[in-house]
Write a protein that binds this ligand. Structure first.
Ligand SMILES: [Zn+2]
Length: 82
């Protein structure tokens, strides 16, 4: 005998909108070298090599940083696929 699986009703909570971010969304990243901010696209961050717009310093954006950023953005209701 089969029992139907209970399905929780999908409910919207007011003021809690989930947004999916596109790869073109720009994220401000502070340069370790000159401390200036550069807007880097999410797609570029996923490739993990980023360049400072001010001093042209290249740096690696680690998987750990990417995961941390993903977690922090998710807490604010912003999600993206890795
Ligand atoms: Zn720099």
């Amino acid at each position: 005998m089969q029992h139907p699986l209970p399905v929780a009703p999908y409910s919207y909570q007011t003021g809690n909108v989930v947004t999916l971010l596109s790869d073109r969304v720009m994220i401000p990243i502070t340069c370790d070298h000159c401390q200036q901010q550069t807007d880097v696209s999410l797609g570029r961050l996923k490739q993990q090599t980023i360049f400072c717009r001010h001093c042209h310093q290249a740096r690696q954006f680690s998987s750990l940083e990417l995961r941390l950023m993903r977690m922090l953005l998710a807490q604010e209701g912003y999600h993206f696929a890795l």
